[in-house]
Ligand binder design. Structure first.
Ligand code: PEP
Ligand code: MN
Length: 337
């Protein structure tokens, strides 16, 4: 909707209408006593480049329909289920994803994969490429790590979710991964989003730690634009003024994004809390609020972990998590995968 200034002339109004029509849209003029507004109907993406706000006589432009199309519920009312090598993530089920933060050695990864399976996970997570805040921190094993993950998949039967940090690595990572993960630091790496969208694999898109929900959905739109609607959105905590935990888990995002988008929404409580003792309570909250899956870090020996040891689950915490996963989803009518 274009709102004209109170001084706008008839010529200026005509120019707005002509501009909209030249982009294939229809313009409906509504004259008030003080102001005239122009309603725009048509493909919103065609209006995006018109720069209507800059035309003489225009006061402001108000968006009524969402800026994202392919991922919006507006245009796709039915909730989507994304299948990862046959494992569903969607509205009727609940899926646990678990594994080490990073692939370190074959022994550590296999032990972690067995722990994940034992806890009821249907998918194995693990990073071979680690986007670390410090360049001096462990950066991951690269392709060697992918091979170890493939070995763990072979042993446990669990399909693999693993992060890709660079558009150039998408083809290689796709040879091993069942689902590509895009991390918080890369949520707006548009070249990476497009490459992942073209890879023919489901994509897990984590929310940028400083991203609004609209920015997150616009990032998903980049993947969808490449013809890939197998996208799962992962809330993993955002930056706030609070420093007592690693990030603030934005639990409201789950039902809100479900209302805005047809895509599954999942939660990573490990990277949100950053501390083992917070993971299970946050996971319970995530399940209760309607997350379609939860993804957690675990480690056979957290004290020796090369990445995120303090948040890795082990022993009793893992048993508590397994219990929550068995008990809460059925109360909400979900089948545990
Ligand atoms: C991860 O899941 O391994 C990870 C690095 O998470 P995030 O991108 O959310 O920090
Ligand atoms: Mn981590």
């Amino acid at each position: 909707m274009v709102v004209m200034t109170s001084e706008a002339t008839t010529e200026e109004l005509d120019a707005v209408v002509r501009t909209v029509e030249s982009a294939g849209g229809s313009a409906f003029v509504s004259r008030g006593v003080h102001r005239t507004i122009v309603g725009l109907v048509g493909d919103v993406s065609h209006f995006e480049t018109l720069n209507l706000e800059a035309l003489p006589g225009v006061n402001n432009v108000v968006r009524i329909s969402s800026a994202y199309k392919l991922v919006s519920r507006e245009n796709h009312p039915e909730t989507s289920t994304v299948k990862v090598a046959g494992v569903p993530i969607g509205p009727d089920t609940f899926t646990l994803i678990a594994g080490p933060c990073a692939v370190e050695t074959p022994e550590q990864t296999l032990a972690a994969a067995h722990m994940a399976k034992q806890a009821g996970a249907a998918l194995l997570r693990g990073g071979a490429y680690k986007p670390r805040t410090s360049p001096y921190a462990f950066q991951g094993l690269g392709e060697e790590g992918l091979k170890i993950l493939a070995q763990a998949r072979e042993e446990t039967g669990l399909p693999i979710v693993t992060e890709v940090v660079d558009a150039q690595d998408v083809a290689l990572v796709s040879q091993y991964a069942d689902m590509l993960q895009i991390g918080t630091r890369n949520m707006q790496n548009f070249a990476l989003l497009q490459a992942a969208g073209s890879a023919g694999k489901p994509v897990m898109l984590k929310r940028g730690m400083n991203a609004t929900i609209e920015e997150w959905l616009m990032a998903a739109e980049y993947i969808a634009q490449r013809g890939n609607l197998d996208i799962v959105l992962c809330e993993r905590g955002i930056r706030t003024f609070e420093t007592a935990y690693r990030n603030t888990l934005d639990i409201s995002a789950v039902p809100l994004v479900h209302s805005l988008s047809h895509l599954p929404v999942i939660v990573d409580p490990s990277h949100a809390g950053g501390r083992r003792e917070l993971t299970v309570p946050l996971a319970r909250a995530a399940i209760a609020v309607g997350a379609d899956a939860v993804m957690v870090d675990l480690h056979p020996e957290p004290g020796a972990a090369l990445c995120d040891g303090p948040q890795a689950l082990v022993d009793v915490d893992l048993e508590e998590l397994a219990k929550a996963v068995r008990e809460i989803p059925p109360m909400l009518g979900r089948t545990v995968v």
